[in-house]
Write a protein that binds this ligand. Structure first.
Ligand SMILES: [Zn+2]
Length: 203
């Protein structure tokens, strides 16, 4: 197992989605790799911190109030499931979300093509067709987030690529060192942000 695979398993660990086999594989890697071990322990500290802090911060009827503000139907069902499976993480994420202000409603209103990248000069941007291309032999150092559009990676991205309501096409010459995530619903976006927030807290 390499560090990238280990990192994915650590993400799954955060979701409590590891099989026994994956757990033992991860354990094996953590014994050998200082970097991943440090990362892993950092995450566990955050979880312990959230556990100890949650009773201090969560106001009365917090969950119900938040649920009432979320969209109905399927999204609500998804949240309910998650809340049931990971009450602490979800409560903490909603708390962080509310603290961050109106990021959810901003997202809901925003249907236009949007691109966040550290190196736009390395990209071919076709905003008419809502498509962004990382050309062959070009390297973008950092994360690329695209909303309501597609991205085609023919070169290298040293970071994560996230497409919200869009697709990521990886050419045979393309390479993404971080994660590659397609997010199709606002609720997934929130969930992704939570993971990022928790991950960032560990550094
Ligand atoms: Zn490692």
């Amino acid at each position: 197992m390499n560090c990238h695979q280990a990192n994915e398993l650590i993400h799954s660990y955060l979701d409590e989605d590891l099989t026994e086999h994956e757990q033992s594989e991860l354990k094996q890697h953590l014994c050998q790799c200082v970097d991943c071990r440090t990362h892993f322990h950092g995450l566990r500290q955050v979880i312990v911190f959230l556990q100890s802090a949650s009773h201090v911060y969560a106001p009365e009827n917090f969950t119900e109030k938040v649920m009432a503000q979320l969209p109905k139907d399927t999204m609500l069902q998804v949240w309910k499931k998650r809340l049931h499976r990971h009450p602490l993480l979800v409560a903490a994420s909603l708390f962080i979300l509310l603290m961050a202000g109106s990021s959810y409603s901003l997202w809901a209103d925003d249907k236009q093509f949007l691109l966040t990248t550290p190196g736009p000069e390395h990209l071919q941007i076709n905003s008419d067709k809502n498509i962004v291309i990382v050309p062959v032999n070009q390297t973008v150092a950092g994360d690329i987030v695209i909303r309501n559009g597609d991205i085609k990676v023919e070169g290298t991205v040293e970071g994560n690529v996230v497409a919200i309501d869009g697709h990521i096409y990886l050419a045979s010459t393309g390479h993404i060192t971080g994660e590659k995530e397609e997010i199709s619903q606002a609720v997934e976006w929130v969930w992704y942000n939570l993971k990022q927030t928790v991950m960032n807290l560990t550094y």
